[in-house]
Ligand binder design. Structure first.
Ligand SMILES: O=C(O)CCC(=O)C(=O)O
Ligand SMILES: [Fe+2]
Length: 279
């Protein structure tokens, strides 16, 4: 099955959306509550931030994980050896945020987190009883008042031709969290690995809202909802001259939330951050 594009306003949206998640790890919503003008304005304002020197004042804090991650310290995806070609900023409500960008990005953080609550309810409603029986608390409750949900503003710079051979914008990886909410970026490149092992473009019309499953939801559901591999490939031709900005919101439960018999959110997250080499 390919990733489905679902009209958020249609009566069977919850069912269709959860089916797509279950079968591909991804679902795409159109006609959703996140306004495109808001996303466009965020892309524009953060592009200016990434192309200014101001970012150097916000170097990330290895303990707290907020702030600016420069290309030199950018992630090496699990199981890979080359760094991704990207820089990014981690926004947390309690973290450092440049004053001129704060109100807009926090309004987005709230809006997307509220929508996320609804989407987790959709997932819960359409979970088989034996899967839902494993949930230590309702899924949407797991993120209630959480300080851990992370909004990452990503900038993939234009390619200059001197990149490390074999490096790509984002090497194949799975997300760590429950669900990821991702407005379509301003440039293409996002691909998902299908069940048959082939890579497929995620429908990325500007205005689409892409949602994918992370490892924590897979853990909570005993594998019923799969966290699928995805990547961002390098542009070719004229596209190489363009920056790509994207804005994933990674939903993370509160620290003490029990994911499974072996993990709370905190034990799981710390293990994964060490593997990524950022902790
Ligand atoms: O930039 C994108 O479209 C996806 C980014 C992503 O998968 C991630 O940061 O985990
Ligand atoms: Fe990802």
């Amino acid at each position: 099955m390919q990733v489905q594009v679902v009209d958020y306003q249609s009566p069977d949206a919850p069912e269709q959306f959860v089916k797509s998640l279950r079968e591909t790890g991804f679902g795409v919503l159109v006609n959703h509550p996140i306004k495109q003008e808001v996303v466009e304005s965020i892309y524009k304002n953060w592009y200016e931030f990434f192309t200014s020197d101001e970012k150097q004042q916000y170097a990330f804090d290895p303990e707290k994980q907020d702030g600016y991650f420069a290309p030199e310290i950018s992630e090496v995806a699990k199981g890979h050896t080359k760094k991704d070609i990207k820089e990014y900023y981690h926004v947390y409500p309690w973290g450092r945020i440049p004053a001129s960008l704060k109100d807009e990005i926090m309004a987005y953080y709230e809006l997307a987190s509220n929508l996320a609550t609804e989407l987790l309810d959709w997932v819960e409603t359409h979970s088989p009883a034996e899967v839902a029986a494993k949930y230590s608390e309702p899924l949407s409750n797991m993120i209630k008042d959480t300080p851990n949900t992370l909004l990452r503003v990503l900038h993939y710079p234009p390619l200059k031709g001197d990149e490390e051979p074999g490096a790509i914008r984002a090497a194949a990886h799975e997300d760590i969290n429950l669900l990821t909410i991702l407005p379509a970026a301003n440039e293409p490149g996002l691909q998902v690995k299908l069940n048959d092992g082939t890579w497929s473009d995620v429908p990325c019309d500007f205005g689409n809202l892409i949602i994918n499953i992370g490892d924590m939801l897979q853990e909570v559901t005993g594998g019923y909802f799969p966290s699928t591999s995805h990547r961002v490939i390098n542009p070719t031709g004229k596209g190489s001259e363009n920056s790509r900005i994207s804005l994933p919101l990674f939903l993370h439960p509160r620290d003490e939330v029990v994911l499974s018999e072996r993990h709370t959110q905190r034990t799981y997250l710390d293990e994964r951050l060490k593997e990524l080499g950022v902790k």
